[in-house]
Design a protein around this ligand. Structure first.
Ligand code: SF4
Length: 246
């Protein structure tokens, strides 16, 4: 079975055992997954019924469902790799039943030659189930934080038993000048990309990099973003920051 390789700079493959999502905060405003899902929502396509193109742009339909047929995919991928879990949704979405989340964890535990990277914006639901989840060392758990209005997500993550904890500060749309990085192993920073993308200021990025350096935390600078992200690249003052745990 072929793996789905990813263009996302900090992973190698994606695995999407859930389809559909809903917006939860400002970071979702130009959701990339919603845009892709709407593009593949035609009759007979994978995202039919999950998203649609409307006069105001792509929109989720609010349908969220597990895709059982994809549940065991990582077990078939023999070559070890970093796998981003649910790049097109949120595993801790309210409509994903806890039983299914447990099944996803059970596959990750079995496929122990891979490293799984989960990202959520539903950190309170993550925390709610924390004690009941197994947390093998190959599961990296992260929260997305776009500005200081949702900084509490980091406190929720910190309380979990995940062995590797990380932050995705993307799309960074405001300064995060006083981060509590205790217990955090990895920080990714990236700007928003695509039409309408909001600016990420250089001083915000430098400030976060300095906070990571002071604490000895792995720092990964993903991209500047913008309407034409390839033009803006991913160097910060001439340096490419690719640090990762381990
Ligand atoms: S949680 Fe993620 S996938 Fe869901 S709408 Fe927000 S950005 Fe998109």
């Amino acid at each position: 079975m072929a793996t789905l390789s990813s263009k996302i700079e900090w992973t190698e493959s994606t695995w999407n055992p859930v389809r559909g999502c809903t917006r939860v905060s400002e970071g979702c405003r130009f959701c990339y997954a919603e845009r892709i899902a709407a593009r593949f929502s035609g009759k007979g396509m994978a995202y039919e019924g999950f998203a649609e193109n409307t006069t105001t742009g792509p929109q989720w339909t609010r349908e969220v469902r597990p895709v059982r047929a994809l549940l065991n995919e990582p077990l078939k991928w023999k070559k070890p790799r970093h796998i981003f879990v649910n790049s097109m949704s949120d595993l801790f979405h309210e409509k994903v039943k806890f039983d299914f989340i447990q099944e996803v964890f059970s596959v990750m535990e079995k496929a122990n030659w891979h490293k799984f990277q989960i990202l959520t914006k539903r950190s309170s639901r993550l925390l709610k189930y924390n004690q009941q989840l197994p947390w093998p060392p190959n599961v990296w758990m992260g929260v997305s934080v776009e500005d200081d209005r949702v900084i509490d997500r980091i406190d929720d993550l910190r309380q979990t038993k995940a062995k590797i904890k990380f932050l995705s500060l993307e799309p960074l749309i405001g300064p995060l000048s006083d981060l509590n990085l205790d217990g955090i192993d990895w920080v990714i920073v990236g700007g928003e990309s695509g039409p309408g993308s909001r600016e990420m200021k250089r001083e915000w990025v430098i400030d976060i990099k300095d906070q990571c350096e002071r604490k000895g935390i792995n720092f990964f600078f993903k991209q500047w973003g913008g309407v034409r992200k390839s033009k803006n690249g991913r160097e910060l003052d001439g340096v490419t920051y690719n640090e990762m745990p381990g």
